[in-house]
Ligand binder design. Structure first.
Ligand SMILES: Nc1nc2c(c(=O)[nH]1)N[C@H]1C(S)=C(S)[C@@H](COP(=O)(O)OP(=O)(O)OC[C@H]3O[C@@H](n4cnc5c(N)ncnc54)[C@H](O)[C@@H]3O)O[C@H]1N2
Ligand code: MOO
Length: 403
């Protein structure tokens, strides 16, 4: 049987995505890591006046081109309290950072470059040039200017800018919703006591964390047994919760108790593809249930997480108007690797920085897809292309960063 390549599978998945259109308007405090849905115009000009960038004296530069000029201090301008009059030749205004530069003044002398004399006078000790230490009106942005465009991810820098532009709330795209269904009679939730033949259902938590890191809302449908009726109920629950994406965990393979695909097909899913030439993660299944994207992830925890990185991450990024994260880079192998077979291999591995700032990488020996401990200790996955040749220590190989 010929298996779909990872790249072809990713391209097929991404070709069918329509980004979320609905928006909501949120107060600035709730906009962190949300995506702006409109081109945002500044509601005012910043700075709204010529402002001093330093504490010192506002004056006419022509009066103090050479050190030793003596000027009469006729008033004060501080932040929030400007000086109403204007500065004439031979005069200076005591000024503070952020304060309006008064009419008539064209530069600011640094406080450290001035000597205060008696009788309200000041002597300059440094040459003054026109415009020095003045932030011109509108230097940052002008009223009406689009300073943030639709599709911008609102991080701390952009939220500060939006606030400075005098917006108290911003229209953002709603978060994509991901419903997660764990399947398997053997699973119990963390914190419960498993019976003799049970294990803890852990994958939900990693997939949920990954989804949230991509700005999605997670609906945990919980664990359902290996029963078509229970799986059908869970699918109906995910649809009722208006999920954009349904992720199933486990039951994706070919065993007698692998009922996920048949249950989804019975619910009306159109299967796009199933089984990828990758290890771990071969039984990955992708389809659409109406407009809802369905990702059937294999049950083995490492397989689930690797499929999450390769398929759920780009899917959620595209739905949420975010750039698809690029985790790929390369590093130098510490130990040789054998020729690869037909499946693209993702080997859990550790990265180390060498003395000459080079990165070296070494895979863990045993790579069974149930082993989470070494995954949690890994920094990256070494990517071995299908039929990749043997590699020697010192060779450069592609890696996929985990964080
Ligand atoms: N005859 C074949 N058998 C298998 C094949 C195959 O091609 N032919 N593929 C193997 C591969 S590769 C994988 S990966 C697994 C995936 O199978 P399923 O998706 O059907 O997963 P399950 O059988 O339900 O579970 C596999 C394993 O993972 C544990 N599991 C399941 N769900 C969770 C969860 N939420 N949290 C933690 N652990 C979970 C489950 O107990 C099993 O141990 O199939 C191979 N078989
Ligand atoms: O592909 Mo499975 O995911 O090898 O364990």
């Amino acid at each position: 049987m010929s298996l779909l390549s990872v790249e072809e599978a990713q391209a097929r998945l991404l070709s069918s995505i329509r980004p979320v259109r609905e928006t909501e308007t949120l107060p600035l405090h709730d906009c962190d890591m949300r995506v702006l849905a409109v081109d945002l115009q500044a509601r005012l000009t910043q700075p709204p006046f010529n402002a001093s960038a330093m504490d010192g004296y506002a004056l006419k530069a022509a009066d103090a081109a050479e050190p030793g000029a003596i000027l009469r201090v006729i008033g004060e301008s501080s932040a929030g309290h400007g000086f109403d009059g204007s500065v004439q030749h031979g005069e200076a205004i005591r000024i503070f950072t952020g304060a309006p530069v008064p009419d008539g003044a064209d530069s600011v002398l640094l406080q450290e470059d001035a000597e205060r004399l008696d009788e309200g006078k000041v002597r300059t000790t440094f040459p003054v040039t026109p415009g020095r230490h003045i932030r011109p009106h509108g230097q940052d942005f002008h009223e009406g200017e689009v300073a943030l465009t639709a599709g911008t991810l609102l991080d701390f820098t952009r939220i500060t800018l939006a606030a400075a532009m005098n917006h108290a709330a911003l229209p953002v795209y709603r978060k994509p919703r991901v419903a997660i269904i764990a399947t398997g009679d053997e699973l119990v939730s963390p914190g419960q006591k498993p019976s003799a033949h049970q294990i803890i259902g852990s994958n939900t938590f990693g997939i949920a964390a990954l989804a949230r890191s991509l700005g999605a809302d997670v609906i945990d449908i919980g664990i359902v047994g290996d029963s078509s009726a229970q799986i059908a109920d869970a699918i109906a629950g995910a649809e009722a919760a208006k999920a954009d994406v349904i992720v199933t965990l486990g039951g994706a393979s070919v065993g007698d108790h692998d009922l996920v695909q048949s249950s989804l097909l019975a619910a009306g899913m159109v299967l796009d593809f199933w089984k990828i030439a990758m290890r771990p993660g071969k039984p990955l299944m992708v389809g659409k249930l109406g407009d809802v994207h369905v990702l059937g992830l294999p049950g083995n925890p490492v397989s689930s997480m690797v499929c999450g990185l390769l398929f759920l991450e780009p899917l959620l990024a595209a739905l949420g108007h975010l750039p698809v994260p690029n985790r790929m880079t390369s590093a130098r192998l510490l130990s040789p690797l054998a020729t690869n077979d037909r499946r693209q291999d993702y080997l859990r591995a550790r990265l180390t920085k060498t003395e000459n700032a080079d990165w070296t990488v070494e895979s863990f020996g045993k790579q069974d897809s149930s082993m989470m401990k070494i995954f949690a200790q890994s920094d990256c996955l070494i990517v071995r292309p299908p039929h990749g040749p043997a590699l020697a220590a010192g060779d450069i190989c592609p890696i996929m960063l985990l964080r």
